[in-house]
Design a binder for this molecule. Sequence first.
Ligand code: NAP
Length: 256
Amino acid sequence: MSRPLTGKIALVTGASRGIGRAIAEALANDGALVAVHYGKNKAAADAVVANITSAGGQAFAIGADLARKTAAQDLFKEFDRELMARTGSNKFDILINNAGIAPFAGFSETTEAVFDEIYAVNVRSLFFITQEADKRLNDGGRIVSTSTGAVRTPYGPVTAYSMLKAPLDNLTKTLAVEFGPRAITVNAVAPGAIDTDMAEFLRADEGREFALSKQALKRIGQPDDIADVVAFLAGPRARWITGEVIEATGGTNLTF
Ligand SMILES: NC(=O)c1ccc[n+]([C@@H]2O[C@H](COP(=O)([O-])OP(=O)(O)OC[C@H]3O[C@@H](n4cnc5c(N)ncnc54)[C@H](OP(=O)(O)O)[C@@H]3O)[C@@H](O)[C@H]2O)c1
């Protein structure tokens, strides 16, 4: 079996559950040593690490609440300590900005507290985590962030979430230019509805039928459907792709 990420080190934020978990497992399966970041669910992150190691891979868990102003410093304090203990260095190769929240709140129900939390976790922490990562990423590295198809086609029940993923797509282009001279590519993957805790409406008949009615491909997307795209972008075969937001939505909202 080809293991294109052998010798590489990856950090996946929000890897205790859902899409992040699938990404962490895919990168480890491709040979990377993976830092599995979690917010509240240490036990879930430890289970991801155990799953990876029992399959012959390498991983360790690190915790940091990304809603805090000090999110980036908190995260890299843990990351540096754990990685130094394993490799003697805090340098790494692949940053996956995946953690996110999507509280269900339409325009009129969105309070300032909800707006601020979405901003803190999905935008602010991502910006400063990437800034800290810049000091540690090896040349030839990769940055891949999880956006959403709701940037192109906003979804009213998550108004602020849809709006606040747009900055990520914008930043992807700026950072592609910023990191390009070091052969570091910067891309985003924009999923449609994926069966995770975040999209638990898919677990009810009505929600599932609604999602399927919007998609060309008539099945509910799974975390692996996104992880495979991210693993491709993180690998050597995607070396010439940068500054792109790649939709992986099963063909959602293609026509009127
Ligand atoms: N599912 C979808 O339909 C869908 C569609 C489009 C885009 N996305 C995007 O895909 C990414 C992953 O979503 P998902 O569906 O996998 O979500 P999920 O199952 O709800 O998992 C969210 C992950 O983010 C972490 N997280 C949340 N708040 C955090 C905080 N304050 N501090 C640190 N970590 C925090 C969670 O960690 P803990 O549990 O440890 O706190 C968890 O690992 C998100 O960026 C989301 O916007 C998802």
